[in-house]
Design a protein around this ligand. Structure first.
Ligand code: NCD
Ligand code: ZN
Ligand code: ZN
Length: 352
Protein backbone atom coordinates (compact mmCIF):
# COMPACT_ATOMS: atom_id res chain seq x y z
CA UNK A 1 0.00 0.00 0.00
CA UNK A 2 1.25 3.47 -0.83
CA UNK A 3 2.07 5.72 2.07
CA UNK A 4 -0.45 8.48 2.46
CA UNK A 5 0.93 11.90 1.58
CA UNK A 6 -0.33 14.44 4.01
CA UNK A 7 -0.49 18.14 3.53
CA UNK A 8 -2.06 20.99 5.46
CA UNK A 9 -2.46 24.71 4.92
CA UNK A 10 -2.28 26.99 7.92
CA UNK A 11 -1.61 30.65 8.70
CA UNK A 12 2.09 31.39 8.12
CA UNK A 13 4.00 30.76 11.37
CA UNK A 14 5.99 33.13 13.58
CA UNK A 15 9.18 32.54 15.56
CA UNK A 16 8.85 34.03 19.04
CA UNK A 17 12.56 33.63 19.94
CA UNK A 18 15.26 34.11 17.32
CA UNK A 19 18.96 35.08 17.29
CA UNK A 20 20.00 36.76 14.05
CA UNK A 21 23.47 37.95 15.22
CA UNK A 22 25.38 40.51 13.13
CA UNK A 23 27.53 40.66 9.98
CA UNK A 24 28.81 38.43 8.55
CA UNK A 25 26.60 35.73 10.14
CA UNK A 26 23.24 37.46 9.68
CA UNK A 27 23.58 37.66 5.90
CA UNK A 28 23.98 33.87 5.63
CA UNK A 29 21.41 32.69 8.15
CA UNK A 30 18.56 35.20 7.97
CA UNK A 31 17.07 33.91 4.66
CA UNK A 32 16.08 30.70 6.50
CA UNK A 33 13.87 32.81 8.75
CA UNK A 34 12.39 35.45 6.44
CA UNK A 35 11.45 32.84 3.86
CA UNK A 36 9.60 30.65 6.36
CA UNK A 37 8.06 32.91 8.99
CA UNK A 38 5.85 36.02 8.97
CA UNK A 39 7.48 37.64 12.00
CA UNK A 40 9.99 36.91 14.72
CA UNK A 41 11.03 38.23 18.09
CA UNK A 42 14.65 39.27 17.61
CA UNK A 43 16.88 38.64 20.61
CA UNK A 44 19.01 41.60 21.78
CA UNK A 45 22.09 39.71 23.09
CA UNK A 46 24.55 41.01 20.51
CA UNK A 47 28.18 41.34 21.57
CA UNK A 48 27.25 44.90 22.38
CA UNK A 49 23.74 44.26 23.74
CA UNK A 50 20.80 46.34 22.54
CA UNK A 51 19.99 48.46 25.57
CA UNK A 52 18.94 51.74 23.98
CA UNK A 53 16.05 52.17 21.57
CA UNK A 54 18.39 53.90 19.09
CA UNK A 55 20.41 50.66 18.89
CA UNK A 56 17.22 48.64 18.34
CA UNK A 57 16.21 51.00 15.56
CA UNK A 58 19.58 50.66 13.84
CA UNK A 59 19.42 46.86 14.10
CA UNK A 60 15.82 46.90 12.81
CA UNK A 61 16.88 48.84 9.71
CA UNK A 62 19.78 46.49 9.08
CA UNK A 63 17.47 43.47 9.36
CA UNK A 64 14.82 45.01 7.07
CA UNK A 65 17.48 45.85 4.46
CA UNK A 66 18.38 42.16 4.15
CA UNK A 67 14.88 40.90 3.33
CA UNK A 68 14.58 39.86 -0.32
CA UNK A 69 11.65 41.38 -2.21
CA UNK A 70 8.50 39.29 -2.19
CA UNK A 71 8.74 38.47 1.52
CA UNK A 72 6.63 40.27 4.12
CA UNK A 73 8.71 39.33 7.18
CA UNK A 74 8.51 41.72 10.13
CA UNK A 75 11.24 41.78 12.81
CA UNK A 76 9.81 42.40 16.30
CA UNK A 77 12.48 44.20 18.26
CA UNK A 78 13.45 43.74 21.92
CA UNK A 79 15.61 45.61 24.42
CA UNK A 80 18.15 43.94 26.69
CA UNK A 81 17.22 44.76 30.31
CA UNK A 82 20.21 46.10 32.21
CA UNK A 83 20.66 48.19 35.31
CA UNK A 84 21.25 51.16 33.00
CA UNK A 85 17.96 50.68 31.10
CA UNK A 86 16.05 53.96 30.95
CA UNK A 87 12.24 54.22 30.87
CA UNK A 88 12.45 56.76 28.04
CA UNK A 89 13.90 54.13 25.69
CA UNK A 90 10.96 51.85 26.43
CA UNK A 91 8.39 54.65 25.98
CA UNK A 92 9.93 55.74 22.68
CA UNK A 93 10.20 52.17 21.45
CA UNK A 94 6.61 51.32 22.35
CA UNK A 95 5.32 54.53 20.73
CA UNK A 96 7.19 53.77 17.51
CA UNK A 97 5.55 50.34 17.25
CA UNK A 98 8.97 48.79 16.61
CA UNK A 99 9.69 47.64 20.17
CA UNK A 100 7.69 44.57 21.15
CA UNK A 101 9.32 43.20 24.32
CA UNK A 102 11.99 43.57 27.01
CA UNK A 103 14.37 40.65 27.61
CA UNK A 104 15.57 39.79 31.09
CA UNK A 105 18.82 37.80 31.28
CA UNK A 106 20.23 37.03 34.72
CA UNK A 107 23.79 38.38 34.69
CA UNK A 108 26.19 35.95 33.01
CA UNK A 109 23.64 33.16 32.48
CA UNK A 110 24.11 32.68 28.71
CA UNK A 111 25.73 34.07 25.53
CA UNK A 112 26.51 37.83 25.83
CA UNK A 113 24.59 38.32 29.07
CA UNK A 114 27.40 39.91 31.08
CA UNK A 115 25.35 43.14 31.32
CA UNK A 116 22.27 41.29 32.59
CA UNK A 117 20.48 41.68 35.90
CA UNK A 118 21.82 40.69 39.34
CA UNK A 119 18.71 41.50 41.35
CA UNK A 120 15.42 41.84 39.47
CA UNK A 121 13.62 43.36 42.48
CA UNK A 122 15.62 46.55 41.84
CA UNK A 123 13.90 46.77 38.44
CA UNK A 124 10.29 46.38 39.67
CA UNK A 125 9.60 50.14 39.35
CA UNK A 126 10.52 50.04 35.71
CA UNK A 127 8.69 46.76 35.03
CA UNK A 128 5.48 48.16 36.52
CA UNK A 129 5.32 50.53 33.54
CA UNK A 130 5.24 47.73 30.96
CA UNK A 131 1.59 46.55 31.17
CA UNK A 132 0.19 49.93 30.10
CA UNK A 133 2.48 49.86 27.08
CA UNK A 134 1.47 46.27 26.20
CA UNK A 135 5.15 45.28 26.39
CA UNK A 136 5.81 41.77 27.74
CA UNK A 137 8.86 40.76 29.76
CA UNK A 138 10.69 37.80 28.24
CA UNK A 139 12.74 35.78 30.72
CA UNK A 140 15.74 33.51 30.32
CA UNK A 141 14.53 31.52 33.31
CA UNK A 142 17.64 30.00 34.83
CA UNK A 143 19.74 31.00 37.80
CA UNK A 144 23.27 32.12 36.97
CA UNK A 145 24.42 30.71 40.33
CA UNK A 146 27.00 28.10 39.31
CA UNK A 147 26.69 26.35 42.69
CA UNK A 148 23.20 25.18 41.77
CA UNK A 149 23.20 21.89 39.84
CA UNK A 150 22.93 22.69 36.14
CA UNK A 151 19.87 20.42 35.74
CA UNK A 152 18.05 22.27 38.55
CA UNK A 153 18.76 25.84 37.49
CA UNK A 154 15.44 26.40 35.72
CA UNK A 155 13.28 25.06 38.56
CA UNK A 156 15.39 26.93 41.13
CA UNK A 157 15.01 30.22 39.29
CA UNK A 158 11.27 29.73 39.00
CA UNK A 159 10.97 29.42 42.77
CA UNK A 160 13.49 32.08 43.74
CA UNK A 161 12.67 34.77 41.20
CA UNK A 162 9.66 34.22 38.96
CA UNK A 163 7.13 33.47 41.73
CA UNK A 164 7.88 36.81 43.43
CA UNK A 165 7.89 38.82 40.24
CA UNK A 166 4.63 37.20 39.08
CA UNK A 167 2.89 37.98 42.38
CA UNK A 168 4.29 41.48 42.63
CA UNK A 169 3.05 42.59 39.15
CA UNK A 170 0.19 40.24 38.15
CA UNK A 171 -0.75 42.34 35.13
CA UNK A 172 2.76 42.14 33.62
CA UNK A 173 2.85 39.83 30.60
CA UNK A 174 5.62 37.30 31.18
CA UNK A 175 7.02 34.81 28.67
CA UNK A 176 9.26 32.12 30.12
CA UNK A 177 11.58 31.51 27.20
CA UNK A 178 12.65 28.07 25.97
CA UNK A 179 11.15 26.08 28.85
CA UNK A 180 12.62 22.64 29.46
CA UNK A 181 10.98 21.20 32.58
CA UNK A 182 7.71 19.79 33.83
CA UNK A 183 7.96 22.33 36.66
CA UNK A 184 7.82 25.18 34.15
CA UNK A 185 4.91 23.62 32.25
CA UNK A 186 2.92 23.21 35.48
CA UNK A 187 3.76 26.74 36.55
CA UNK A 188 2.50 28.21 33.28
CA UNK A 189 -0.72 26.19 33.43
CA UNK A 190 -1.43 27.22 37.03
CA UNK A 191 -0.81 30.92 36.56
CA UNK A 192 -2.89 33.78 35.21
CA UNK A 193 -3.47 34.55 31.53
CA UNK A 194 -0.51 36.93 31.49
CA UNK A 195 1.88 33.99 31.86
CA UNK A 196 3.08 32.08 28.78
CA UNK A 197 6.10 30.17 27.47
CA UNK A 198 8.03 29.56 24.29
CA UNK A 199 9.22 26.08 23.37
CA UNK A 200 12.01 25.14 20.93
CA UNK A 201 12.03 22.28 18.42
CA UNK A 202 15.17 20.78 19.95
CA UNK A 203 13.72 20.58 23.46
CA UNK A 204 10.82 18.55 22.04
CA UNK A 205 13.28 16.07 20.53
CA UNK A 206 16.35 15.73 22.74
CA UNK A 207 16.84 14.51 26.27
CA UNK A 208 20.05 14.59 28.28
CA UNK A 209 21.15 11.16 27.08
CA UNK A 210 21.35 12.52 23.52
CA UNK A 211 23.90 15.08 24.69
CA UNK A 212 26.29 12.27 25.62
CA UNK A 213 25.30 9.63 23.08
CA UNK A 214 28.52 7.65 22.37
CA UNK A 215 30.49 10.81 23.22
CA UNK A 216 30.08 14.50 23.81
CA UNK A 217 27.75 16.19 21.27
CA UNK A 218 28.62 19.89 21.18
CA UNK A 219 25.86 20.65 18.65
CA UNK A 220 23.25 19.49 21.16
CA UNK A 221 24.59 21.84 23.82
CA UNK A 222 22.35 24.80 24.54
CA UNK A 223 20.97 26.74 27.46
CA UNK A 224 18.88 25.69 29.22
CA UNK A 225 20.58 22.31 28.90
CA UNK A 226 18.40 19.44 27.65
CA UNK A 227 16.81 17.56 30.55
CA UNK A 228 15.55 14.12 31.62
CA UNK A 229 13.07 12.25 29.45
CA UNK A 230 10.13 12.95 31.80
CA UNK A 231 10.67 16.68 31.31
CA UNK A 232 10.92 16.35 27.53
CA UNK A 233 7.62 14.48 27.51
CA UNK A 234 5.90 17.12 29.66
CA UNK A 235 7.14 19.96 27.44
CA UNK A 236 6.11 18.06 24.31
CA UNK A 237 2.63 17.47 25.70
CA UNK A 238 2.29 21.18 26.41
CA UNK A 239 3.33 22.12 22.87
CA UNK A 240 1.13 19.61 21.08
CA UNK A 241 -1.90 20.30 23.33
CA UNK A 242 -2.66 23.51 21.41
CA UNK A 243 -3.05 25.35 24.76
CA UNK A 244 -2.85 29.09 24.04
CA UNK A 245 -0.13 29.67 26.67
CA UNK A 246 2.52 27.79 24.67
CA UNK A 247 4.04 28.86 21.36
CA UNK A 248 7.04 28.20 19.16
CA UNK A 249 10.27 30.10 19.82
CA UNK A 250 12.99 28.22 17.98
CA UNK A 251 15.88 29.85 19.88
CA UNK A 252 17.84 29.26 16.69
CA UNK A 253 21.25 30.44 17.93
CA UNK A 254 24.13 30.09 15.48
CA UNK A 255 27.75 29.84 16.65
CA UNK A 256 30.78 29.01 14.53
CA UNK A 257 31.76 25.33 14.74
CA UNK A 258 35.22 26.29 15.97
CA UNK A 259 33.57 27.98 18.96
CA UNK A 260 31.30 25.02 19.70
CA UNK A 261 33.82 22.23 19.11
CA UNK A 262 36.28 23.61 21.64
CA UNK A 263 37.53 23.06 25.18
CA UNK A 264 34.86 25.51 26.36
CA UNK A 265 32.13 25.27 23.73
CA UNK A 266 29.41 27.89 23.27
CA UNK A 267 25.75 27.12 24.04
CA UNK A 268 23.25 27.40 21.20
CA UNK A 269 21.63 25.27 18.50
CA UNK A 270 21.12 26.57 14.95
CA UNK A 271 17.75 25.25 13.80
CA UNK A 272 16.34 27.94 11.47
CA UNK A 273 16.64 25.79 8.28
CA UNK A 274 14.60 22.83 9.56
CA UNK A 275 12.81 23.64 12.83
CA UNK A 276 9.37 24.00 11.21
CA UNK A 277 9.67 20.72 9.31
CA UNK A 278 10.64 18.82 12.44
CA UNK A 279 7.87 20.50 14.41
CA UNK A 280 5.26 19.38 11.86
CA UNK A 281 6.72 15.87 12.00
CA UNK A 282 6.47 15.84 15.80
CA UNK A 283 2.84 16.96 15.69
CA UNK A 284 2.10 14.21 13.17
CA UNK A 285 3.85 11.57 15.34
CA UNK A 286 1.80 12.71 18.32
CA UNK A 287 -1.47 12.77 16.30
CA UNK A 288 -1.74 16.51 16.95
CA UNK A 289 -1.59 18.08 13.48
CA UNK A 290 -4.90 19.78 14.25
CA UNK A 291 -3.07 21.80 16.94
CA UNK A 292 -0.06 22.74 14.80
CA UNK A 293 -1.52 26.08 13.72
CA UNK A 294 -2.23 27.07 17.33
CA UNK A 295 1.34 26.36 18.39
CA UNK A 296 3.23 27.96 15.51
CA UNK A 297 0.88 30.56 13.99
CA UNK A 298 -1.80 31.73 16.43
CA UNK A 299 -0.98 31.50 20.15
CA UNK A 300 2.05 33.78 20.11
CA UNK A 301 0.44 36.57 18.10
CA UNK A 302 -2.61 36.52 20.38
CA UNK A 303 -0.48 36.71 23.51
CA UNK A 304 1.47 39.68 22.12
CA UNK A 305 -1.76 41.29 20.86
CA UNK A 306 -0.51 41.32 17.28
CA UNK A 307 -2.35 40.41 14.10
CA UNK A 308 -2.10 36.97 12.57
CA UNK A 309 -0.10 36.77 9.34
CA UNK A 310 -2.11 37.45 6.20
CA UNK A 311 -0.42 34.68 4.18
CA UNK A 312 -0.92 30.93 4.35
CA UNK A 313 1.79 28.28 4.50
CA UNK A 314 1.56 24.78 3.13
CA UNK A 315 3.12 21.90 5.04
CA UNK A 316 3.62 18.70 3.06
CA UNK A 317 4.82 15.25 4.04
CA UNK A 318 7.07 13.63 1.44
CA UNK A 319 7.91 9.96 0.96
CA UNK A 320 11.60 10.65 0.52
CA UNK A 321 13.61 12.30 3.26
CA UNK A 322 13.98 16.07 2.82
CA UNK A 323 17.53 17.25 2.23
CA UNK A 324 18.79 20.20 4.23
CA UNK A 325 22.32 21.59 4.50
CA UNK A 326 24.35 19.96 7.28
CA UNK A 327 26.46 23.10 7.61
CA UNK A 328 26.24 26.72 6.45
CA UNK A 329 29.37 28.49 5.25
CA UNK A 330 30.10 31.97 6.56
CA UNK A 331 33.37 33.30 5.17
CA UNK A 332 35.94 30.71 6.14
CA UNK A 333 33.81 29.48 9.03
CA UNK A 334 31.09 26.84 9.27
CA UNK A 335 27.88 26.70 11.28
CA UNK A 336 26.30 23.29 11.89
CA UNK A 337 22.56 22.91 11.30
CA UNK A 338 20.53 21.05 13.94
CA UNK A 339 20.32 17.36 13.08
CA UNK A 340 18.31 15.26 15.52
CA UNK A 341 19.74 12.04 14.08
CA UNK A 342 16.70 10.88 12.14
CA UNK A 343 15.30 11.87 8.73
CA UNK A 344 12.95 14.74 8.06
CA UNK A 345 9.88 14.21 5.87
CA UNK A 346 8.00 17.49 6.25
CA UNK A 347 8.58 20.63 4.26
CA UNK A 348 6.81 24.00 4.37
CA UNK A 349 6.41 26.92 2.02
CA UNK A 350 4.66 30.26 2.18
CA UNK A 351 1.85 30.44 -0.41
CA UNK A 352 0.96 33.44 -2.63
C1 NCD B 1 21.64 31.57 23.06
C2 NCD B 1 22.70 32.30 22.25
O1 NCD B 1 23.68 31.69 21.85
O2 NCD B 1 22.54 33.51 22.01
N1 NCD B 1 22.15 30.29 23.45
C3 NCD B 1 21.44 29.22 23.90
O3 NCD B 1 22.07 28.23 24.25
N2 NCD B 1 20.14 29.21 23.96
C4 NCD B 1 21.26 32.43 24.22
C5 NCD B 1 20.00 32.05 24.94
O4 NCD B 1 18.93 32.03 24.36
O5 NCD B 1 20.05 31.76 26.14
ZN1 ZN C 1 18.04 32.12 26.74
ZN1 ZN D 1 17.90 32.40 22.85
Amino acid sequence: MQEEIKSIEIITPDDWHLHLRESPIIESIFPYSFSNYGKAIIMPNLENPIIKFSQAMEYYKKIKSLITSGYKFEPLMTLFLSEETRAIDIYEGAKSGILKAIKFYPEGVTTNSYRGIKDISKMYNLLEKLPDLNIPLLIHGETANSKVDIYDREAYFLEQTVYKLRNKIPELKIVLEHITTKDSVDYILENNINTAATITAHHLILNRNNLFDEGLRPHYFCRPIVKREKHRIAVRKAATSGNSKFFLGTDSAPHFDHNKESSCGCAGIFSAPNALGYIAQIFEEDSALNNLENFISINGAKFYNLSLNSTLSKFTKFKEAIEYPSKIKVGKGLITVFNPGYPLYWKNEILN
